[in-house]
Design a protein around this ligand. Structure first.
Ligand SMILES: O=P(O)(O)OC[C@H]1O[C@H](O[C@H]2O[C@H](CO)[C@@H](O)[C@H](O)[C@H]2O)[C@H](O)[C@@H](O)[C@@H]1O
Length: 584
């Protein structure tokens, strides 16, 4: 990467045949995440479909997006909304047909956009042909595609590992009297990556989709694919653990990913993002540094656990602002120093909306949504925007448990009751934590069902759609949507967004997060007030004097009418967020 004479970012890496893109083309890109079931229904069935995505490409393109990440649309029993794949080569009729997907790829390409597919190969559905074969007998050739163990002496599971969706991580298969490993739902059986044939199957399916014209892959919980071959009990140092230390970033994971890179990713200049569950900075540097030839970038979730008391997702506490800033800063600095690359995100389909979680989603909804956008897009990495984020969709108001659809939420409600919570207490926790918070249908306009469907939606529609909807956002030049559009444009045109070194500037201020990114010629300064109070914020004096000695600050973006000067003492508006560029 280098800075051209015209100030734009250029790339020096050599080109490969069949791709007219430089190797790291995705650094300047912005990704839009589509949860197809809740995006746009063209049939009236009440669930979104692939044609619904194609219909909305121009809306996505209008934001300046280059890459659309489409979540699983493969044949699936839909126990976990497609993260339980029964056939990796075909489209689930609920989402449409292969022709629909081909059309989506074609329409994206026409607009110079790319499709990133979600690949779920830590596990398959138990309805997959491989599993159906595997469970039929201990001698079946597919038996070794999965992880089977004899019962423990008492007939119980082979070890004490716990499923991430609650309960033991092992299920007994009655016919053959062995347990299979299942780190998520019992219908999601973990694939055995020790088996070379499984790895070859994965390579083949990736090639299949690549040849269809897909430009990238998001690899689901990919750092869980290599398990400790001894499958030890997780006795923990204080209390029993859930086993994650024996399968997270496991012994052969980098070897397996390098194999995928060598055989597929690097051959086609693909953009790849690994979803890393409970990972570490050191591992993510290895996964994403170009020298290692594994992924383009990684998702980690540490910044989204700052409201988990002692790491427990199903307990509540107010979020720790200092911890949030500290985690973001550690990852910025660490990934820069180690040569890794972050996927930047506040939201996805597994998380309640950041707008409701970290800011004010009512009185200051507009300011808050813009503040989150500005704060994130100024960081180094490739930003991901989850559908609805760009129009300021908040978490819904839940009435009762019958409104929930997510398997994890429903399981956890029962487990919380078993642990002694009252129904009200358990429901309250689920209301706050449920993945369904972000899975409500996209609010397109103020017509019936928010323009999402003409039928009965599979999950309720947020009743605030007459006010919060995409159409009104696109029409209003001062909207959250246009704020995102401006940020994406700035990132594409100003090199410091891509290559600026990160420095945290807020000195532990209780309400303000401030940082700078500098590349020697340019500095970007981002200051955000995460509170509804007017607060004063002092920049480190030496820093600002030095920086501004021969330069003036240009305001790139603000989210309040009254905008403070970039000076040693800054008067911050409620949820005010400001971005300046300083050229030297
Ligand atoms: O919370 P972590 O341990 O850091 O894990 C990250 C996420 O992992 C899981 O998500 C993904 O895999 C699931 C099974 O395929 C699927 O249900 C989910 O939609 C995927 O994104 C986990 O379910 C999430 O809660 C974690 O945030």
């Amino acid at each position: 990467m280098y800075i051209q004479d015209d100030g734009k970012v250029g790339f020096t890496l050599q080109m490969k045949p069949n791709e007219n893109q430089p190797q790291d083309w995705w650094r300047q890109s912005a990704v839009y995440q589509v949860y197809p079931k809740s995006f746009n229904d063209t049939t009236g069935r009440g669930t979104g479909d692939i044609r619904g995505v194609t219909e909305k490409i121009d809306y996505i393109k209008g934001l300046g997006i280059d890459i659309v990440w489409l979540q699983p649309v493969y044949v699936s029993p839909q126990q976990d909304n497609g993260y339980d794949v029964a056939d990796y080569y075909n489209i689930d009729p609920a989402y449409g047909t292969m022709e629909d997907l081909d059309e989506l790829i074609r329409e994206l390409k026409k607009r110079n956009m790319h499709l990133m597919l979600d690949i779920v190969v830590n596990h398959s559905s138990t309805e997959h042909r491989w599993f159906q074969e595997a469970k039929s007998s201990r001698n079946n050739p597919y038996r070794n595609y999965y992880i089977w163990k004899d019962p423990a002496e008492d007939g119980g599971p082979p070890n004490n590992w716990q499923s991430k969706f609650g309960g033991p991580a092992w299920q007994l298969e009655e016919e053959t009297q062995q347990y299979y490993l299942t780190l998520f739902d019992k219908t999601q059986a973990d694939l055995n990556w020790e088996n070379e044939k499984v790895r070859q199957e994965v390579i083949e399916l990736l090639k299949f989709w690549t040849k269809k014209g897909v430009s990238g892959f998001r690899m689901d919980v990919i750092n869980l694919i290599s398990k400790d071959p001894n499958f030890p009990n997780d006795d923990g140092s204080v209390a029993p653990g859930d086993g994650r230390k024996y399968y997270t970033d496991g012994p052969r994971v980098h070897e397996y990913i390098k194999e995928l890179n060598e055989n597929v990713f690097s051959q086609y200049h693909m953009v790849t993002v690994g979803e890393m569950s409970s990972t570490t900075l050191e591992e993510c540097i290895r996964y994403s540094s170009p020298a290692q030839q594994e992924f383009s970038m990684t998702f980690n979730f540490h910044h989204l656990k700052v409201d988990y008391p002692n790491g427990q997702k199903w307990e509540l506490k107010p979020y720790d602002f200092e911890e949030l800033k500290s985690i973001l800063s550690t990852w910025q600095t660490g990934m820069q120093e180690g040569g890794g690359w972050n996927a930047l995100f506040w939201n996805n389909h597994d998380q309640p909306r950041a707008l409701s979680r970290f800011t004010d989603d009512e009185e200051y909804r507009n300011e808050s949504a813009k503040l989150l956008a500005t704060t994130l897009h100024g960081l180094q990495g490739t930003p991901y925007i989850y559908q609805g984020e760009e129009i300021g969709m908040p978490d819904p108001k839940w009435n009762d448990m019958s409104e929930f659809r997510d398997i994890e939420s429903l399981n956890m409600y029962e487990i919380l009751l078993q642990k002694g919570k009252t129904p009200d207490e358990a429901a309250h926790i689920v209301h706050v934590r449920s993945r369904d918070n972000s899975r409500l249908p996209m609010l397109w306009n103020d017509s019936d069902q928010a323009g999402f469907t003409t039928g009965t939606p599979w999950i309720k529609i947020d009743e605030r759609y007459p006010i919060i909807n995409a159409q009104s956002q696109v029409e209003d030049p001062n909207s959250i949507y246009h704020h995102y559009r401006k940020l994406i444009e700035l990132r594409k045109n100003i090199p410091v967004f891509i290559n600026g070194k990160y420095t945290r500037l807020d000195g532990g201020h209780p309400e303000v997060y401030a940082y700078a990114r500098s590349n020697g010629q340019q500095s970007l300064v981002v200051i955000s007030n995460f509170s509804k109070n007017k607060v004063e914020f002092t920049l480190p004096e030496e820093w600002i004097q030095d920086l501004m000695r021969n330069a003036s600050a240009e305001l790139l973006l603000a989210n309040t009418e009254e905008v403070p000067e970039l000076s040693p003492l800054i008067a911050m508006q409620p949820y005010g967020s400001y971005m300046w560029l300083i050229q030297s």
